[in-house]
Structure formats: structure tokens, C-alpha cells
Design a protein around this ligand. Structure first.
Ligand code: ADP
Ligand code: ADP
Length: 229
């Protein structure tokens, strides 16, 4: 069965007296181990959908089943647990803690979840061996994003949710980060959803879901990748 099964979610935002429908009847299924790229113009609802899956934000109606559990029915305790244990988030801005080292940034997350990977293993996996004692300001943007990926992956999350992970990076560094996300996907069989504006990124995905005006406009399986496997 699908690791993600979204059924007819709706989400509106209120601004003043008016409501804006950010997601209209969105349904989506994702299988374990897939990399799904979410494309679409600015304002089409990509972040709203990812934040709903990650339980950062609530939806108005519909079901969001993760491993057959509907998270829209979770109580606060279950939601806190779900975010802490099951979801790794990676954002455009790396959101590292500036006065903690690479090692400590990752360790902080490892210490609060119940099934962490060994910290050094994750540091090696993201290619930061030897940089354990550096502070975020001593790292390039790409290296900082590697730390933020390590911090997400150390939890052994069911889902890795990436919102414009290469939005602040040049194209070569972006490719390296995408290769890393692919490597993580293969090594740990982590299911990945990635929001991007970058058309080139979609070439690496098993699947490209395109949103427009809060609806799924297309959902395409990448045959190129499939046949290469
Ligand atoms: P995308 O990620 O595709 O750029 P978003 O999901 O961020 O789109 O936003 C979808 C729409 O919802 C946009 O029109 C945006 O302005 C609106 N929106 C997003 N967050 C809020 C909010 N907290 N309050 C009001 N409107 C919001
Ligand atoms: P884990 O098995 O979780 O990776 P380790 O056995 O490697 O943990 O490390 C145990 C403790 O030693 C950590 O909690 C950390 O405080 C410290 N430590 C280990 N390696 C480093 C390092 N390279 N930099 C800073 N602290 C470290």
C-alpha cells in the first residue's frame, strides 16, 4: 500500500474578508521509495501541499494517510511525534543553528528522535567527513544544505520533504545536492517529495506532479528513468 495517500484535500487561507483556495480537491498517492518532484508556478499550492503532508499546517477537509494512518485525525501528541519521528524537512534556507557545529546541529536532532542513524554515518553519507567541527558560517551554501539534509536524514524519516532545496544554490551545486538526495533515496529507501521551479531537476525524478491554481494539472511517470533501471 502507498506510503502517502492524500484524498481530496482542501485548504483555504483567509485574508481580510476574502478566502483564497490554495488547494482544491487534491488527491495524490506516493509509493515507498519514490522520488516525486512537485512543479508548478509560484502560488500554485506546492508549499501548502508539502506543509500539509508534513503536518506543519492543517487542511480544511480531506484525508492525509501516511502509512495508512490519517494524520488529519491525530491529536497534538500524535502530531508532535509524527513531525519528530517520521518527517525530515529540507528548506531553501538551511535553518542551521549558527552557534552549533556541523556535528552538533545533527546531534541535536538525533538526540530527540527514537530511531536515529549514527551521526558519523550520516555525516559521511552527505560528504561532510572532516567538517564535523565547523560552524555553519564556515561552510558554503552547498555544504550548509548538506548539513540540513543530514539533519533530516538522521531521524530515519518515512518521508523527506524538500521545499526548493536548491533555490539558493548555483546550478553546479544544485546538481550535487540533487545527486545527494538521489543517493539518500537509494541508500535508505527514503521516499522523497521535492518542490522546485527548476525544470532540469524533474529529470531525476521517478515522477513529476504539476500543480496549477491549487489543482493537480498533470502527474507523469518518468519513463526515461524507469527504463534506465
Ligand atoms: P507555491 O508553493 O506553489 O508557491 P503556496 O502553497 O506557497 O504556493 O501558496 C499558495 C497560495 O496560497 C498563494 O496564493 C499564497 O499567496 C497563498 N498563501 C500561502 N500561505 C498563506 C498564508 N499563510 N496566508 C494567506 N495566504 C497564503
Ligand atoms: P553516534 O553513535 O550517535 O554517532 P558517537 O558515539 O559517534 O555518537 O559520539 C558520542 C558523543 O561523542 C556524541 O554525543 C558527541 O557529543 C561526541 N562526538 C563524537 N564525535 C564528535 C565530533 N566529531 N565532534 C564533536 N563531538 C563528537
Amino acid at each position: 500500500s502507498s506510503i502517502v495517500k492524500i484524498e481530496a484535500i482542501n485548504k483555504s487561507y483567509q485574508s481580510g474578508n476574502s478566502f483564497f483556495q490554495a488547494l482544491s480537491n487534491v488527491s495524490l498517492q506516493v509509493e515507498k521509495g519514490e522520488i516525486v518532484v512537485v512543479l508548478g508556478p509560484s502560488g500554485s499550492g506546492k508549499s501548502t501541499m508539502l506543509n500539509a503532508i508534513g503536518a506543519i499546517d492543517e487542511v480544511d477537509s480531506g484525508k492525509i494517510c501516511i502509512d495508512q494512518q490519517d494524520i488529519t485525525q491525530f491529536n497534538n501528541h500524535q502530531l508532535v511525534n509524527y513531525r519528530r519521528e517520521e518527517i525530515g524537512f529540507v528548506f531553501q534556507m538551511y535553518n542551521l543553528i549558527p552557534n552549533l557545529t556541523v556535528y552538533e546541529n545533527i546531534e541535536l536532532t538525533a538526540n530527540i528522535c527514537s530511531n536515529p542513524l549514527p551521526i558519523q554515518e550520516v555525516i559521511d553519507a552527505v560528504g561532510l567527513n572532516g567538517m564535523e567541527d565547523r560552524f555553519p558560517r564556515e561552510l558554503s551554501g552547498g555544504q550548509q544544505q548538506r548539513v540540513s539534509i543530514a539533519r533530516a536524514v538522521v531521524k530515519t524519516p518515512k518521508l523527506l520533504l524538500c521545499d526548493e532545496p536548491t533555490g539558493a544554490l548555483d546550478s553546479n551545486t544544485s546538481k550535487e545536492i540533487l545527486n545527494l538526495i538521489e543517493k539518500i533515496n537509494k541508500e535508505y529507501n527514503t521516499t522523497v517529495l521535492i518542490i522546485t521551479h527548476n525544470q532540469a531537476i524533474s529529470e531525476m525524478a521517478n515522477r513529476v506532479v504539476t500543480l496549477k491554481d491549487g489543482k493537480i494539472e498533470s502527474d507523469v511517470v518518468n519513463e526515461h528513468i524507469k527504463s534506465a533501471e
